[in-house]
Write a protein that binds this ligand. Structure first.
Ligand SMILES: Nc1nc2c(c(=O)[nH]1)N[C@H]1C(S)=C(S)[C@@H](COP(=O)(O)O)O[C@H]1N2
Ligand SMILES: [Mo]
Length: 191
């Protein structure tokens, strides 16, 4: 690995080339005609969008790295989708909203402070590497939070709640770090 890449790699991580599939439970079977994406909670304009409506939102393509808490990292993944901050601009959260809670299929949830979610590279992705997401990587829509361990990057997202209170998610309740910053090696426990 050249010097530039070793600086990009967070402590205790190993760079890999392939793109593993990792999740709890089974890959959900999605009926895209019944699928919707809901944004609720402490917002002025709650929304419910179907897949076609979601695809019509302003989109971007970004290239980011990905760090799993189990120790692998992958560089330069190319995602297309809707930035979290674009969603926030549409729903207009009230100032009381300090956290966002992400709800996915099969009761998977995760949570982020609102300022982390509003970062420039946090995206609800529907394409990976120029193609629609595959079912095992999160079709139809997944969150990607490049600067946090990947359990924050929920696959199969169905809803977002803006909340005044933090609500630890699936892995956060099971002992993984709530803040999950790979550069600080926040893998387990507090924070
Ligand atoms: N819905 C859901 N999303 C999830 C998970 C999960 O169990 N369920 N696991 C997370 C973890 S720990 C990782 S490392 C990444 C893996 O994403 P990938 O399978 O696309 O590589 O998905 C994250 N998103
Ligand atoms: Mo992970």
């Amino acid at each position: 690995m050249n010097e530039k890449n070793s600086k990009r790699l967070p402590p205790g991580q190993k760079l890999i080339e392939d793109f593993p599939v990792l999740h709890y439970g089974s890959v959900p079977k999605i009926d895209i005609n019944k699928w919707d994406f809901k944004v609720t909670g402490l917002v002025k304009n709650p929304i419910i969008l179907n897949y076609n409506e979601f695809l019509k939102l302003p989109s971007v393509e970004i290239k980011t790295d990905f760090h799993c808490v189990t120790g692998w990292s992958k560089f330069d993944l190319i995602w297309k989708g809707v930035l979290f901050k674009t969603i926030a601009e549409i729903v207009k959260p009230f100032s009381e909203a300090k956290y966002v809670i992400i709800y996915a299929e099969n009761d998977y949830t995760t949570n982020l402070p609102i300022e982390v979610a509003l970062d420039d590279d946090v995206i609800f992705a529907y394409e990976y590497d120029g193609k629609p997401l595959t079912p095992e990587h999160g079709y139809p829509v997944r969150l990607v939070v490049p600067k946090r361990y990947a359990y924050k990057s929920a696959k199969w997202v169905r809803a977002v709640e803006f909340s005044s209170q933090d609500k630890p998610g699936f892995w956060e309740k099971r002992g993984y770090s709530n803040s999950a910053d790979p550069w600080k090696e926040e893998r387990y426990g507090i924070p």
